[in-house]
Design a binder for this molecule. Structure first.
Ligand code: SF4
Length: 113
């Protein structure tokens, strides 16, 4: 239990850091959205090339936003809460190359159903 609350406290602190970076206008690459396997792989490779501690870099490359982005052509809302990588009970993105706390209405261009 104590470990759980430590983990959620750490998540909350990182979520706040991310929120501040995004609120400050971090210039993330939210477009183009990744529709094909090749596009996903290209973004994932760039994420893998980043320093493990480069949190702003991960947000930029994945195009993380603290609001839901709608896919411009598909007219499809892409919130974290409907993404296959979203852990609902933890509000967490478990895509290994991202591995960040999020909110249900956040979004990124690696969204997948
Ligand atoms: S991969 Fe999915 S859960 Fe992770 S940040 Fe992107 S949209 Fe959210």
């Amino acid at each position: 239990m104590a470990e759980d609350s430590q983990a959620s406290g750490a998540d909350e602190s990182r979520r706040e850091t991310i929120r501040k970076l995004l609120d400050a206008g971090l210039d993330v690459e939210a477009f183009p959205r990744c529709d094909s396997h090749e596009q996903v792989q290209a973004v994932v490779r760039r994420l893998q090339g980043l320093d493990a501690n480069d949190l702003p870099g991960r947000l930029v490359v994945a195009g993380v936003t603290n609001f839901t982005v709608e896919h411009p052509e598909a007219e499809l809302a892409q919130p974290c809460e409907t993404c296959m990588y979203y852990l609902v009970h933890r509000n967490y993105c478990e895509l290994p190359e991202l591995d960040i706390p999020v909110e249900p209405d956040w979004s990124c261009r690696l969204w997948r159903i």
